[in-house]
Every structure is written in C-alpha cells, then in structure tokens.
Design a protein around this ligand. Structure first.
Ligand SMILES: *Cc1c(COP(=O)(O)O)cnc(C)c1O
Length: 410
C-alpha cells in the first residue's frame, strides 16, 4: 500500500507548473501505443481483425464485446501489479466493464493513462479511509420508494436502470449499479406512480445506471409516460453514453428523444481524450435535435486535476455545444481516497479558469455534502474584505478593486 501511494504522489508531483498551461503531458501522444480518437480503426484491426466498421459502429456489438474479466483484459494490456491484485480479488463488490470503443481511446501501454485509471480496478480501492461511506450522500434515506431520490422540494431523481456500459471506479452509486438491473426495473411502476402523485415535482432527472443504455422502446415508453404528467415541466437525462458508447446515439434514438420537450442531457465528461470524432458526432446529433447539453465532471486525482486539462476539456465540450454545468468534488465513497483531491485543489482549478477563459467554459464547483445536505457551491476567495462602505474584490490577475456598497435602508 505504501508503494501504491508513493507512486500516486509522484504522478501528481510530476505535474507541470501552471506556467506551462496548455502543454500538458497527459494530452501528448507519447508513442505508437495510443490508438486514440481518430485511430480507433487501427485498434479494431489489431484486436478485432474480423470485425468490420459497420459492426464496430453498432452499439449492440460494443455492448456484446464489453471487457468484463481479467482474461479478456489481458488481450489488450498488461495490468500493473496494483491492477492485477484488484482484478484477482474474489470478493468484488463492484463489477468491472469497459467497451472496446472506450478502451480504444487509451494509451494501452501507459498505466498512467487518465481514462484507464478511471475504469480498471486498482487495489487502492480496498483501502477504507476516514469519512468514507457506502452511501455518502445518504440517498437511500431520501428514497421514498425504490428508484426515486427525492431530496429537493421541486425535483427528483429517477434511477431508471442499474446498468452502465462502462463502470467508473469512483461512482457515487457503486452500491447500486451493475448486476441488479432486473431488481431496479421492476420498480419502474412504483417509482412512476410516486412521480405522478407528487405534483410538487416539476423537474425529473432520469439517471441510474445509464438510462441511455435502455432500448429505444423502453425510453419511448418512459418519455410518453412523463409527457402525460402535466406537473412535470422538464426532463433531464444523466448519461455517459455519448463518451463511452457514442454508437448508441443513433438517428432512431435521437427521434425518440426529440419526442419530449424540453429535454436536457447532462453528459458525464472527465477528460479531453474522451472527445473523439465518434463522441463529437454523438453530441452534435443531440444538439441538432434541440436537446440542451450540459456536462458533469468529477474532479479526479491524477486524471484531470490540473488547470490545463480542465481548460482543454471545457473548451472541447463547448465546441460540440456542451455547456460545462457541474464540477464535482469526488464523493467519499468507500475506497475512493486515491481518486480524491483536496478541496483546495478544486478551488485552485476554479481560480485558474475564471477570467482566464470564456465564462461559458466555467462550471459550478460543488461538494455534494455527506449526509444528504445536497450540493453546496465552492468558490475561490474573491471577497478580500468588506465594510459599510464597500467590498474589496480580487480579480483573476490578483489585483484588488473596490465596489461601493452600503447597507440597504429598511
Ligand atoms: C444533483 C441532484 C439534483 C439536481 O440538482 P440541480 O442542482 O438542480 O442540478 C436533484 N436531486 C438530487 C438527489 C441530486 O443529487
């Protein structure tokens, strides 16, 4: 374990200083081992020589060929000792799964590849640290019926499935996802009845699991049902499909999604390496259909915890009409310490964005509070001082300015 943390620290310390913004080692192409975005056909030809492009681009093919066992994984890469140890654990709680497409975005020979770190099990997951919990957001306590999380007065989460095509190791709902799909789906009726009965709910977030892994038929059914609930003003879908299984965003699916308006889709995006021609096409198809796209990003140590990576990610998202919405402090789920940065790191990143780039590229940085208190925004310190005459404010260059401000007369 000592060794594990030492290794991780090194990778973080190796990070280039902020003065080198834009020249980040994580974005470079070190060798021919990277198949990467535009090279997924090279990957296909090497590992699936008898598969043609049409098959590769079929989301069912991608799902059927998911890599879920150590044996399968060994065909593609040499696991590190820490990965091997994790893969060999017999008491796995949380399944491992990655689509061939997502694997094709990685530098297969680089154990520090940012995407690899987020999906391949690592033995550090078995370290339980102070403050960690299986359900840190106490979602199970704000769940009136299975499949519903109702924490805020006017909006609720509907967990439509427990299945994902790729399982993120830092998942806040790892206690629920993977292998329990049937169990969740049989609760649909109960959950939908709850949403029908609670007319104070005007905004429903369809989440999971990944709802876009459901069939067109089931999604169509679901959207039709919501259309009949007159108190529901808008729907949101939380998904990572455009970035892990972009083949799923077919014209037929887009047609189904277009049947409900207004529909917002928040895409889970963590790194600029996820922006490939295929994922860009998926985003563009959704945006062309009038769906409003946002992103949700989790701040992850050694993956995206630098100003340069975040800036590049948010810039890339805007090019495909995805507005960065939330940057989440990583939830303290059990075994997540190797992923979690300090909140100071998050503030530093936010400080490196505001003023330095388009305001549209800047998400809200939030901590989803343990215990179920909901999301709380965190900002770097911009208010240096204030008294009865004004506020002293710091700008992005570190210079201070005074805004005249007096107490309001009552
Ligand atoms: C995040 C979340 C929401 C939505 O929050 P917004 O700030 O409106 O995006 C709703 N319910 C739960 C339980 C959540 O975790």
């Amino acid at each position: 374990m000592e060794q594990v943390s030492a290794q991780r620290n090194t990778s973080v310390d190796d990070e280039p200083p902020l003065t080198q913004m834009g020249v980040d080692y994580r974005l470079s192409t070190p060798s021919a081992t990277r198949f990467g975005a535009s090279e997924s056909s090279l990957f296909r030809k090497q590992f699936f020589p008898s598969t043609n492009l049409t098959q590769w681009n079929d989301w069912h093919w991608q799902l059927f060929h998911r890599i879920t066992t150590t044996e399968q994984l060994l065909r593609f890469l040499e696991p590190t000792e820490e990965e091997r140890a994790a893969l060999q654990r017999s008491d796995w709680q949380f399944p491992f799964s990655v689509t061939p497409y997502y694997l094709s975005l990685m530098h297969l020979k680089d154990p520090n590849d940012p995407l690899r770190k987020t999906v391949i099990p690592h033995i550090a997951e078995s370290i339980v640290s102070a403050g960690e919990a299986i359900d840190p957001l106490a979602e199970d306590h704000t769940s009136p019926v299975p499949g519903i999380v109702h924490r805020y007065p006017d909006r609720a989460l509907f967990l439509a499935t427990s299945f994902c095509s790729v399982y993120c190791r830092y998942c806040t709902r790892s206690r629920l996802v993977g292998g329990h799909t049937e169990a969740l789906e049989e609760y649909w009726e109960h959950a939908l009845s709850y949403l029908e009965a609670h007319t104070e709910i005007r905004d429903v977030i369809i989440s999971g699991g990944d709802p876009l892994t459901l069939s067109d038929e089931r999604l169509s059914l679901l959207l039709a049902r919501f259309k009949r609930m007159k108190h529901i003003q808008m729907l949101r879908i939380g998904t990572k499909v455009p970035f892990v299984l972009p083949q799923r965003i077919t014209p037929a699916l887009v047609k189904v999604l277009k049947s409900y308006r207004p529909l917002y889709i928040n895409i889970h995006a963590i790194h600029p390496n996820e922006l490939s021609p295929a994922s860009r096409q998926a985003c563009n198809r959704l945006a062309d259909a009038g769906i409003v796209l946002g992103s949700q990003t989790v701040l992850l140590k050694g993956v995206n915890d630098s100003v340069s990576v975040m800036t590049e990610l948010f810039h890339q998202l805007l090019t495909v009409r995805v507005k960065p919405y939330y940057l989440f402090q990583c939830d303290p789920i059990v075994g997540s310490s190797h992923f979690r940065t300090s909140i100071a790191k998050g503030k530093e990143i936010m400080d490196g964005l505001r003023g330095h780039t388009s305001g549209l590229a800047i998400p809200y940085y939030v901590v989803d509070t343990p215990g179920g208190g909901g999301k709380v925004p965190i900002l770097p310190e911009y208010e240096m001082a204030h008294d009865r005459t004004g506020y002293c404010l710091r700008n992005y260059e570190g210079r201070t300015f005074v805004y005249p401000d007096y107490p309001e007369e009552s």
